[in-house]
Structures are given as structure tokens and as C-alpha cells.
Write a protein that binds this ligand. Structure first.
Ligand code: ATP
Ligand code: MG
Length: 139
């Protein structure tokens, strides 16, 4: 069942480059409502667990190093058809392949530092949101 919620992170490159405000603005302009939001820095074990499905991939260590390199924004967003529509809004994993006007096309430089995360399924959106936020942090 679709939950109409997705989970996102504004990644360290985008925060470092000063794009967090513009990216949040593009998300809300596209109709996503912020249900939960925090500014934080991931530690190695949290980032490793979050991207645990990629543990055997060659880029895993670089991914964890990058995701722990500076603060991020974590958020739960709500909109009809949230997961699919949000993946369309952020664009392809590799910003060089991301469609014109998408968040990754506008704000990301490389596949390693690609500005934002978006959940890839309703099940994962729920798992990821609960990984970061308690029921008292959602509005
Ligand atoms: P995310 O989960 O961060 O939203 P995604 O779902 O578009 O990204 P995944 O396949 O889940 O892509 O990969 C997670 C992250 O691992 C990507 O955002 C990217 O930074 C990195 N990554 C994926 N594939 C590669 C690759 N071939 N080379 C380098 N890094 C990669
Ligand atoms: Mg992914």
C-alpha cells in the first residue's frame, strides 16, 4: 500500500555548497510537505547501516566516507505518490544523466556527491523514516 511518504537527505556536498535552502524550496514548490526535519552529521555505523544493501559494492567505502564528511538534512516528506514523484524530482543517480531541472541536474556534480537521497520504495521509505525519526518528531 502506498504511504504517500518518502524519506530524503540533503547530502554533505549540497549542504557544504550552500544549496540546502534552494533544494528544500524546490521540494516544497513541487508539492511535498515537510513532516519531519533534522540537521545532523552521520557517523560511520549509521551511514554504513543506511546504505547496507551496497556493502559489497566497490564504491561502498567511498560512499560512507562521503556521507559522514559533513552535516546533512534528513526529512520525511508527504505527497500523493510520494516515492515515485520524488525520484522523478531528484533525477538520475548520475547527475550527468539527470533530466533538465531535476535537483541532481541543478545541484550535483558527480555520481559520488549527488546532492540528495530519495527512498526507492514505500517499504524503504517507511524503514528509513523510522530509522531517523520517532513518532514525536513527525507533524
Ligand atoms: P540514493 O540511495 O542516495 O538516493 P540512488 O538510489 O539514486 O541514490 P543507489 O543505487 O541507491 O542510487 O546508490 C546509492 C549511492 O551510491 C548513490 O547515490 C551514489 O552516490 C552511490 N553510487 C551508486 N552507484 C555508484 C557507482 N556506480 N559509482 C559510484 N557511486 C555510486
Ligand atoms: Mg538508493
Amino acid at each position: 500500500m502506498a504511504t504517500n511518504r518518502t524519506f530524503t537527505m540533503i547530502k554533505p556536498d549540497a549542504v557544504q555548497n550552500g544549496y540546502a535552502g534552494k533544494i528544500l524550496d524546490q521540494m516544497t514548490e513541487a508539492g511535498f510537505k515537510v513532516i519531519a526535519l533534522k540537521y545532523m552529521q552521520l557517523d560511520e555505523s549509521t551511514a554504513g547501516n543506511f546504505y547496507g544493501v551496497h556493502r559489497e559494492r566497490p564504491f561502498f567505502n567511498d560512499l560512507v566516507t562521503f556521507m559522514t564528511s559533513g552535516p546533512i538534512y534528513a526529512a520525511i516528506l508527504e505527497k500523493e505518490n510520494a516515492v515515485e514523484d520524488f525520484r522523478a524530482l531528484i533525477g538520475a543517480t548520475n547527475p550527468a544523466e539527470a533530466a533538465e531541472g531535476t535537483i541532481r541536474q541543478r545541484f550535483a556534480k558527480s555520481i559520488d556527491a549527488n546532492a540528495v537521497h530519495g527512498s526507492d520504495s514505500d517499504v524503504n521509505a517507511d524503514i528509513e523514516g523510522s530509522f531517523f525519526f520517532s513518532q514525536f518528531e513527525r507533524f
